[in-house]
Design a protein around this ligand. Structure first.
Ligand code: B1M
Length: 213
């Protein structure tokens, strides 16, 4: 196998044996984020495909998630960090009912490496917890992540509850449950603030930078 194929296969097989040396070798020619978005994501897509085809069980997908998390942890210190003043505070949460957090945590890494203070509320976060944390932390924006189809609906509910609580800061939404179609009109036509979809963590950073300008 080539190095790229090996990196994808650690994720697919859910094994860490040999992972770190291969990540180090990959970093000789690639930026850490390109390793994540390239071979590691290729592996994760394959895991999703196999799981969908009933060729993997949840316990195996969990092993794959462990490999992805270990890889991101290893690569994180080598990522580019902007030496900037704090540009703003962003609160992140995976919505109620959804446990997927690898993407959200990647968003946290990218944003915090680029001048944002991040308050990560974790997974399965119901609207009332987001609202309570909003009043406590006073973030400049709220980021919602969701990977399940039902999470898109949960984002609609969350945005309605935020509106009822009088909150109007920008909401950033992302995660595999969503597509470009998830514009403000789809998610929260009545929400006072802007609602913007980010396709990946870098897109999230671009949007955050535009908002903070
Ligand atoms: Co689950 N799962 N999973 N899973 N899982 C999916 C999402 C699924 C598509 C797999 C499939 O069937 N093909 C499917 C959803 C189907 C659907 O709703 N249509 C699915 C299912 C069904 C389930 C369970 C219901 C399975 C079960 O129990 N029977 C269960 C759900 C439990 C729950 O949430 N209540 C479940 C559980 C799990 C594990 C726990 C085993 C594990 C998660 C571990 C963890 O996160 N800690 C897991 C995994 C790993 C996956 C897949 C294989 C990979 C997800 C991932 O981490 N990708 C996934 C299939 C797939 O996506 N191909 C699948 C890598 C990550 C970096 O990408 O999170 O998309 P992603 O983030 C991207 C962008 O989306 C974006 O940036 C990132 C890239 O830079 N982004 C944002 C994400 N959030 C953002 C927020 C932003 C901006 C950008 O701003 C705020």
């Amino acid at each position: 196998l080539t190095l790229e194929e090996r990196l994808a296969s650690y994720v697919v097989e859910g094994t860490k044996e040999g992972l770190i040396p291969d990540l180090n070798e990959a970093m000789l020619t690639k930026a850490p984020l390109d390793i994540i978005n390239g071979p590691l994501m290729t592996g994760m897509s394959e895991v999703g495909r196999l799981f969908n085809a009933n060729e993997l069980i949840v316990a195996e997908v969990l092993q794959s998630a462990e490999v992805m998390k270990a890889s991101v942890n290893h690569l994180e210190p080598f990522m580019e960090k902007a030496d900037s003043a704090v540009k703003g505070t962003i609160m992140l949460a995976t919505v109620k009912g959804d446990v997927h957090d690898i993407g959200k945590n990647l968003v946290e890494i990218i944003l915090s490496n680029n001048g944002y203070k991040i308050i990560n509320l974790g997974i399965k976060v119901p609207p009332d917890q987001i609202i309570a944390a909003f009043h406590r932390e006073k973030p400049d924006a709220i980021g919602l992540s969701g990977l399940l189809v039902k999470s898109a609906q949960q984002m609609v509910i969350t945005a309605q509850d935020l509106k009822s609580a009088g909150i109007d800061v920008p909401i950033l939404v992302g995660g595999a449950a969503l597509t470009r179609k998830f514009t403000k009109t789809r998610i929260a036509p009545e929400y006072e603030g802007v609602v913007l979809y980010a396709k990946d963590a870098m897109d999230g950073l671009d949007i955050a930078n535009k908002l903070s300008d």
